[in-house]
Design a protein around this ligand. Structure first.
Ligand code: AMP
Ligand code: ZN
Length: 475
């Protein structure tokens, strides 16, 4: 199979670049996963929808992909700059359970939510707590190579030892160092230094602790991703993903650690999604500021969780996306309409196949779709190409279905599994529906409207299509 050229925005260069894999046999991708002290909100899920779209696009282009995701179950403090409590401890206090139980509980919810929006499970899911020896190994390397110092009971990374520290975030190091809140931890030589290993814990009740060359304690947050990406993907791999909040601290620290330990840049491409933002000030949806929503809220109100995936696909992944129920309802209506178009094609019993008469138009549309997706994952224009195909008068129904299924390898809406909802309609409603059909046949519109209103009063809505009317329970 020939591999198609994909172009991706690289945060390192701030440019859209031709993607050239390190090894043509397999593309290696590492994605920062959830901190499992709470349910991931729909802002977090936006980031995973982006990563899933990227992986699907690479596979569609012909690459074999290895997708690794970590689970943060230790060491992530409330503040990314080592301030505040360990997030897992926050949950221990909130719920009165053990850290391990909390991690298991929220990991399960996370993967359930991912499955409900058709996010493909990564090839490797790795927990931080299962990789402490690898983290200790890496921290030892950093100490040996002069990048780390031990003081006040903790091991710190010295950012001044790595001249490219600010490159990813385009940080103005001098001003940042001067302005940063050094008072947070007096042990730090420089304000941007960060902890590799805590022993002198400010959290006496930290349940998860391990022996180490620096004493019994636990790892800092950033070291886990350097250690696990190296363990599963090697010193150098293709793409590293996350939300854009990770650029300035977490990913800058990861690069510093990995480079310090191996002398190599860990990933070639650093790929970041924009935020889901809320409110009139477009603030990042975050647990700490409240006002966050989880997928269950969408499901409990009777909405299709896949409408959230569709909502994300309507926006360019790198831009922030503003959350509102109105916007979401619009996405859900569009998804319903798409579903009914696809179901109508399916109901005709068509095969999904591009036939001879449609070949030229179909191939042009597929090329147009690929141009959108391969040029830095432009999902909103790719969706527009899908609608263009569905409304084309030059394509047969079987070609339309084939094109839709083809595009859905990337959209991930699960079109092939969509089925007509069969609902139990009470006899009374079925009778009213038949009477309405008869009135419509007689062009008695007043009678037809009167019956429609009666049906609505019973809690049902009517959907008219060229294949006839059907009723649905009001949501
Ligand atoms: P966390 O569990 O806090 O480590 O976050 C998991 C992932 O979600 C990270 O890649 C974050 O960058 C990303 N993320 C957090 N908040 C948002 C948001 N409001 N919009 C998009 N991505 C986010
Ligand atoms: Zn990470």
């Amino acid at each position: 199979m020939t591999i198609k050229q994909v172009r991706l925005f690289n945060t390192l260069s701030r440019k859209v670049e031709d993607f050239e894999p390190l090894d043509s046999a397999q593309v290696n991708v590492y994605c920062c996963g959830p901190t499992v002290y709470n349910t991931q909100h729909i802002g977090n899920l936006r980031c995973y929808v982006f990563e899933d779209t990227l992986i699907r696009t690479l596979r569609y282009a012909g690459y074999k992909v290895k997708h690794v995701m970590n689970i943060t179950d230790v060491g992530h403090l409330v503040g990314d700059g080592d301030e505040g409590e360990d997030k897992m401890l926050v949950a221990v206090k909130r719920e009165g359970k053990r850290s391990y139980e909390i991690a298991e509980h929220y990991s399960k919810i996370f993967f359930d939510h991912c499955a409900q929006i058709n996010i493909i499970r990564p090839d490797v899911v790795c927990k931080a707590t299962d990789h402490v020896p690898q983290m200790i190994e890496l921290a030892k390397k950093l100490e040996e190579r002069g990048y780390a110092y031990f003081t006040g009971g903790n091991l710190y990374y010295d950012v001044t030892k790595f001249p490219h520290y600010g490159d990813l975030a385009k940080l103005d190091m001098e001003n940042l160092q001067a302005g940063a809140r050094i008072e947070v931890d007096f042990n730090k030589k420089n304000a941007l230094d960060f902890v590799l290993w805590f022993t002198n814990s400010k959290f006496e009740d930290q349940e998860m602790q391990w022996d180490s060359p620096w004493g019994r304690g636990y790892p800092g947050w950033h070291i886990e991703c350097s250690a696990m990406s190296k363990h599963y993907l090697g010193d150098e791999f293709d793409i590293h993903c996350g939300g854009r909040d990770h650029i300035s601290v977490h990913h800058s620290n990861e690069i510093a650690q990995s480079f310090g330990a191996t002398g190599k840049m860990p990933a070639k491409i650093w790929s970041h999604s924009g935020w889901l933002v809320v409110g009139k000030d477009n603030e990042k949806m975050a647990k700490s500021t409240g006002g966050f929503l989880v997928l269950d809220t969408i499901i409990e109100r009777g909405s299709d969780p896949l409408a959230y995936r569709y909502f994300c696909l309507q926006a360019v992944y790198r831009r922030d996306l503003s959350w509102s129920w109105e916007g979401f309802d619009g996405a859900e209506r569009s998804l319903q309409k798409l579903k009914s178009q696809i179901l109508t094609l399916k109901a005709k019993g068509q095969k999904a196949e591009i036939d001879k008469s449609s070949e030229v138009v179909a191939h042009a549309l597929v090329a147009e779709f690929e141009e959108c997706m391969f040029n830095d994952l432009n999902t909103p224009t790719a969706l527009a190409v899908l609608y263009k195909a569905l409304s084309s008068e030059e394509l047969t129904d079987e070609s339309k279905l084939a094109i839709a299924y083809n595009f859905d390898q990337i959209f991930g809406l699960g079109m092939e599994s969509w089925q007509q909802e069969t609902i139990e309609i009470p006899q009374e409603i079925a009778k009213l529906l038949a009477l309405r059909e008869a009135a419509r046949k007689n062009k008695d519109w007043a009678e037809s409207d009167r019956i429609r209103d009666q049906i609505i009063e019973h809690g049902y809505v009517i959907e008219d299509s060229k294949d006839g009317a059907r009723v649905k329970r009001k949501s």
